[in-house]
Design a protein around this ligand. Structure first.
Ligand code: TMP
Length: 204
């Protein structure tokens, strides 16, 4: 059996990270070898780029290029080798985040996004993308409750996050085969049931 590439997406505060952990364990319980990783990050270089991306003000195109530079390294060092070994890769964010944040949120030209996506991973898309969606005010409340220092993206205004959310939903409409929208504003148990059903449907 070959492995699968599953990505998790959503606005800040959608709660995807705890679902990443839970789904990874669920897959391990079903006998899978699972690599859990994240973007930006996932490699030593990528984690250094993450520090810069989350904290250092920069031009939009610099930000976009660094996201894709980190991704190129991540694909070469972690994602592609794991898939080649037949393992499952669970990645907390991937290119849909660039589409939503740099494209939707910051207004990057879509053609430039498409060029970089094609350059960096023309022949690889996730087998499944789980998009955790919820109203902005609830997402904000969760971030405030977490009571930690906010990064450059979390500090953005509500209208930025609203554009990110709309861009994600728009992308999901156009990639219906791979992207599934999950209502993140439901009890944990219900979300886990939905995840089990969706992941079982792509073949365990
Ligand atoms: P995280 O909070 O999910 O770890 O992600 C870090 C931040 O990076 C998050 O606010 C979204 C942002 N981001 C982008 O703007 N573009 C990207 O391509 C990726 C992967 C993340």
């Amino acid at each position: 059996m070959s492995g699968k590439f599953i990505t998790f997406e959503g606005i800040d505060g959608a709660g995807k990270s705890s679902h990443v952990e839970w789904l990874s364990q669920w897959l391990r319980d079903h006998g899978k070898t699972v690599v859990v990783t994240r973007e930006p990050g996932g490699t030593a270089l990528g984690e250094r780029l993450r520090e810069l991306l989350l904290n250092e003000p920069m031009h939009l195109e610099t930000e976009t290029l660094l996201m894709f530079a980190a991704r190129r390294e991540h694909l070469a060092q972690v994602i592609e080798p794991a898939l080649a070994r037949g393992e499952w890769v669970i990645c907390d964010r991937f290119s849909d985040a660039t589409y939503a944040y740099q494209g939707g949120g910051r207004g990057l030209d879509r053609a430039k996004f498409a060029t970089l996506e094609h350059w960096v991973h023309a022949h690889l898309q996730p087998d499944l993308t789980l998009l955790f969606d919820l109203p902005l005010d609830i997402a904000r409340e969760r971030i405030v409750l977490a009571n930690r220092v906010l990064d450059r993206f979390e500090q953005e205004r509500v209208d930025f996050h609203d554009r990110v959310r709309q861009a994600y939903l728009d992308r999901a409409q156009h990639h219906g085969n791979r992207m599934r929208v999950i209502d993140a504003n439901q009890p944990l148990e219900d979300i886990r049931k939905v995840l089990e059903n969706i992941v079982s449907s792509i073949g365990l």
